[in-house]
Design a protein around this ligand. Structure first.
Ligand code: CUA
Length: 173
């Protein structure tokens, strides 16, 4: 019997791969390169940050001592600020923050009860707030205005009332 598939299957003599298989391997390799470029552009050119776990804490005691016992804005000088924020059902503490134009603000947020979210409108700050973890992200405010923030994880009956606001002001004078 002759091989009647010989006309439709063209085998690569070295890798023993079908022509179509080779094409799909090439497409896969090109996609990997495209994804690598996309990650590099997002990370280095667009300033995307992957929110990581900055520290692990005990949610039962985190608000009793240390920076989360006195949540709020810290002025580090040189237009650098830190915000230590406690999320709990159903409020953020602090719920209102004011910084000057040009401020670079690093947010440290933790939860003392259930999982919450922290999304700051018109910025790339979007954090998952997990009890036991401190989530950290920095952003710079280049224009004056109000930047509302909301909880983005359903956390119970009062979830929709869990929000606050960051105001960026023009410097005086
Ligand atoms: Cu907190 Cu939803």
């Amino acid at each position: 019997m002759s091989d009647d598939r010989s006309e439709t299957v063209v085998a690569d003599r070295t890798l023993h791969t079908d022509r179509y298989e080779r094409r799909w391997m090439l497409v896969s390799a090109v996609l990997l390169v495209v994804f690598a470029i996309a990650v590099a552009v997002a990370g280095f050119a667009l300033g995307f940050q992957v929110p990581g776990v900055e520290a692990r804490v005990d949610p039962n005691t985190v608000a009793e001592s240390g920076p989360f016992a006195n949540p709020g804005l810290r002025d580090l000088g040189n237009n650098e600020f830190e915000v230590y924020m406690v999320a709990k059902a159903w409020a953020f503490d602090p719920a209102s923050i004011t910084v000057p134009v040009g401020a670079t603000v690093t947010f440290y947020v933790t939860s003392v009860d259930v999982q919450h979210g922290f999304k700051l409108r018109d910025t790339n700050v979007n954090l998952q707030i997990v009890p036991g973890h401190v989530s950290k992200l920095s952003t710079t405010f280049d224009r004056a205005g109000e930047f509302p923030f909301i909880c983005t994880e359903f956390c119970g009956l009062g979830h929709s009332a869990m929000f606050g606001s960051l105001v960026v002001e023009e410097p005086e004078g």
